[in-house]
Design a protein around this ligand. Structure first.
Ligand SMILES: [Zn+2]
Length: 405
């Protein structure tokens, strides 16, 4: 099918003019008109009319999206940042299981060159493992460099569960846990109650748990849902097509098995509304990194809500001006977190936060097929993001290695 640019652009006018003539031309005019409409609907976003190459086929087989990796010809200043400008608390650490001090030593050795001062072990450690994990840290060369959060057993919740879980939480904090989490996405998505129904995020049975966290003055680190695209149809308009095609367990399109994204968001917001004294740290910028204004409205509405940047650098780095404005406005509410512990990936975060570099590569093509830009945060914002907010929310973090202000 070949449509000339002229035919497509002037179809409406052409149709009118031909209308004055005779029926055969009217039919032809309608055909051109409807074909032009079809083409208009298929135009790539941003393309306002068919371009001269419309209808041409490449002379060579087109590469697929995993093959096409053009090298950038852009020449601009580059500033690699292997070491963060200020010491950092990683609120979203997933080190290997702490089976002994040697595990902490290995992680600690890799933290120092990055200027990663303290890692919060957010591995949802079972209560039974808190004491041995703390002992492993204490016996290591890095006893001031890692702290523990504990977990909640949210399986088979029924009458009385809330009080029991709250009591366990109190015991874990007495044993040395400084917070609770990461509460994983299975809460809300898949975990069932004793009666077989889905455990909703705002289930009243759990109210005593969140109130206990408030009374103990510890933060609750909560991961809700996953990127909204994971809940949408897997078509060629889906920004995460490649990731969803690679990972079957990230597809939540089946409404028989999973609630939709907005249902989870509504339950989550209701949870925050019910517990305004609890300190919340919402993981992954709440999966609103691509709509920061939405997260801003939540920060405005829930004064004890905080968030962290783990695994959403691809969204921060594609909107450097908006990000700088947002991170400046909400500088008391955002913490640094990395998620998956890959030491060589941290410098990408430092570069986005600290430089004004242009158009550089991200480390995971299935998260982002686009490039990143430096957002150049001011020092005062960097300090809060890197450590000050974490030290304020988690007073038990050892102060050694951090500036006095
Ligand atoms: Zn995590």
């Amino acid at each position: 099918m070949i449509i000339t640019p002229q035919g497509a652009q002037n179809s409406a006018y052409g149709l009118l003019r031909h209308f004055m003539k005779h029926t055969a031309v009217i039919v032809a005019g309608f055909l051109v008109g409807s074909l032009a409409l079809t083409v208009a609907q298929q135009l790539p976003p941003g393309q306002i009319r068919p371009r001269p190459a419309e209808g041409r086929e490449p002379e060579f087989p087109a590469p697929n999206i995993r093959e096409y990796k053009p090298r950038s010809t852009l020449v601009v200043p580059e500033h690699k940042v292997p070491r963060a400008k200020f010491p950092v608390v990683d609120i979203h650490g997933h080190p290997p299981r702490l089976t002994g001090p040697e595990v902490v030593n290995t992680v600690g050795d890799s933290m120092s060159p990055l200027n990663l001062q303290v890692m919060v072990n957010a591995n949802a450690t079972p209560s039974a493992d808190i004491a041995s994990s703390l002992a492993a840290i204490a016996a290591s060369r890095y006893k001031d460099r890692m702290v523990m959060f504990t977990s909640l057993d949210l399986r088979n919740v029924g009458p009385g569960s809330g009080q029991k879980i709250a009591a366990q939480l109190e015991a874990d904090v007495k044993a040395g846990a400084l917070g609770v989490g990461e509460i994983m996405k299975s809460f809300g998505l898949t975990i069932k109650k004793a009666d077989g129904t889905r455990l909703k995020l705002d289930d009243p049975e759990l109210d005593p748990v969140w109130e206990k966290a408030a009374a103990l003055n510890i933060p609750v680190f909560l991961h809700v849902a996953d990127p909204s695209e994971f809940f949408k149809p897997l078509d060629y308009n889906n920004e995460r097509w490649l990731e969803l095609a690679l990972y079957r367990d990230r597809r939540y399109q089946d409404r028989e098995r999973f609630p939709d994204f907005e249902t989870l968001m509504a339950e989550r917001d209701h949870l925050f509304e019910k517990h305004p004294r609890t300190t919340w740290i919402l993981a992954h910028l709440g999966w609103h990194a691509q709509d920061l204004a939405r997260l801003g409205r939540m920060f405005d509405k829930y004064p004890t809500l905080h968030s962290e940047v783990g695994a959403v650098l691809y969204d921060i780095g594609r909107q450097p001006r908006m990000a700088r404005e947002f991170f400046t406005k909400y500088q008391d509410r955002i913490l640094f977190g990395k998620d998956s512990y890959q030491p060589d990936e941290y410098p990408y975060y430092w570069r986005v936060f600290e430089t004004n570099d242009e158009y550089f590569d991200y480390y995971r093509d299935y998260h982002a097929f686009w490039k990143l830009y430096g957002a150049g945060f001011p020092d005062a914002v960097l300090k809060k993001l890197y450590y000050q907010n974490a030290l304020r929310l988690i007073p038990g973090i050892p102060r050694a290695g951090f500036p006095a202000n």
